[in-house]
Design a protein around this ligand. Structure first.
Ligand code: PMP
Length: 434
């Protein structure tokens, strides 16, 4: 129609292209787990927007919190402390293990990782940053330098002192035990031997996602994270945990690092899920590291530092997640989703692997059952058909990996909606493979 033509004519003329092709779908309304276009067509949202809308779209209590807060106290001089900010910091300290208790609040994941890296450099007096070879921590200078799954091949040099560590990719790791299992311990030792050899003696921090999401939904085996924490400690490095996507209940626990006993990061970064679609991020650390940062004159003072508006949302999100037992719900719905995906795997040879935890699940598409040759084109085709059939799930494509569907519906998703999503996926695989 001419309205649609004019929309795209204006979009193409006035919006700058930032490297990501626009989706052909134009959404005009989002509610709960559903997106609607102008004609009223429904799409199930199994990506939680950009992995953020943890409580679904326009959760009534979030709408109420935003309206009330924006009408009362929206934004102040950055050094003016307000009630919602103190409340959010206190709530975080309550749900986090000791000694994590000192927080400040920003807007995006990139910004929060940027701040965490700067803190680690200040505290340790060192500058080298290690990250997984399939990591995603943002695309600003510092965070982008620690990102190996996107955006490295442009824009000039990264920050000095970046080191990559082999990501725990059980499905394709060349490290195998004699009986054919993923030999993560040997891989991990190999990884550290490479780091120790390349380091100039200035290891400041390891920044890691407890489950690598954009890197293909890679779940480290049990024992992996605690071993990594010990290896960092041994070298005097800080462990920065990036729970942008995994934090605040999505994986069935409040934080994914809690899956292994005794793992407590030195700095925790939260973003996406903490604001449930609003621009909120946090950095949390210990009193000791705060003191170190103070002594080395760490400075962070951005326009939206500790904004009351988004802090009120964060506090409400934590309240709802705890009160309505969404960790347990994420686990139950996640188990349901996973069981359904495993059924699809039995049915369709091109699903090579199903992996994830709670409501962060991934399926890797292969082009050949025996060689496990990556099937990126096939994955792309299925994701496009799924979107036409009314399911939004995104697909990540990394070199040497089959296309990986990421399925991360909001924790408010119902059992019926999970079933509906699985049926659409089933139908879409059928259509593409026939
Ligand atoms: N860390 C992780 C784990 C992420 O997934 C992302 C976003 N995909 C970021 C950091 C960066 O966050 P933002 O895009 O909000 O800057």
């Amino acid at each position: 129609s001419s309205a649609v033509d004019s929309f795209w004519a204006k979009a193409n003329r006035y919006l700058m292209y930032t490297g990501v092709p626009a989706s052909p779908v134009v959404i005009t309304k989002a509610q709960g787990t559903r997106l609607y276009d102008a004609s009223g067509r429904q799409i199930l949202d199994f990506t939680s927007g950009q992995m953020s809308s943890l409580l679904g779209h326009s959760h009534p209590e979030i709408v109420e919190t935003v309206s009330k807060q924006v009408g009362e106290l929206d934004h102040l001089l950055s050094n003016m402390i307000t009630e919602p900010v103190v409340e959010l910091a206190e709530s975080l300290a309550r749900v986090l293990p000791a000694p994590l208790e000192k927080s400040f609040f920003l807007n995006t994941g990139s910004e929060s990782i940027e701040a965490a890296i700067k803190m680690a450099k200040c505290h340790t007096g060192r500058f080298e940053i290690v990250a997984f070879s399939a990591s995603y921590h943002g695309l600003t200078s510092g965070s982008g330098s620690a990102t190996y799954s996107a955006g490295r091949k442009n824009g000039g040099p990264t920050m000095p002192g970046q080191l990559a560590f082999p990501a725990p990719y059980a499905y394709r790791s060349p490290f195998k035990t004699a009986d054919g299992h993923y030999d993560w311990e040997t891989e991990l030792e190999f990884g550290w031997s490479m780091i120790d050899r390349q380091s100039v003696g200035s290891l400041a921090a390891f920044v890691m996602e407890p489950i690598l999401s954009t890197g293909g939904v890679l779940v480290p085996p049990k024992g992996y994270l605690s071993r990594m924490a010990r290896e960092c400690k041994k070298r005097g490095m800080l462990l920065i945990m990036d729970e942008a996507q995994t934090g605040v209940g999505r994986t069935g626990q409040m934080f994914a690092f809690e899956n292994e006993e005794g793992v407590v990061p030195d700095i925790l970064s939260l973003s996406k899920t903490l604001g449930c679609g609003l621009p909120l991020a946090s950095v949390t650390t210990t009193a000791e590291i705060e003191q170190g940062c103070r002594e080395s004159r760490f400075l962070w003072l951005t326009t939206h530092l500790n904004d009351p508006l988004t802090a009120a949302v964060g506090a409400k999100v934590l309240e709802i997640i705890e009160r309505d037992t969404y960790c347990q719900k994420a686990k139950d719905r996640g188990d349901q989703l996973r069981a359904g995906l495993q059924k699809l795997q039995e049915k369709y040879w091109c699903i090579g692997d199903v992996r994830g935890r709670g409501l962060l699940q991934g399926i890797e598409i292969i082009a050949d059952k025996t060689t496990r040759e990556p099937g990126s084109d096939l994955g792309q085709a299925v994701s496009e058909v799924a979107m036409r059939n009314g399911l939004s799930c995104n697909i990540v494509n990394l070199p040497g990996m089959g296309g990986v569907f990421r399925l991360a519906p909001p924790v408010t998703v119902t059992a019926d909606e999970i079933e509906e999503g699985l049926q659409i996926l089933n139908k879409s695989f059928q259509e593409v493979l026939q």
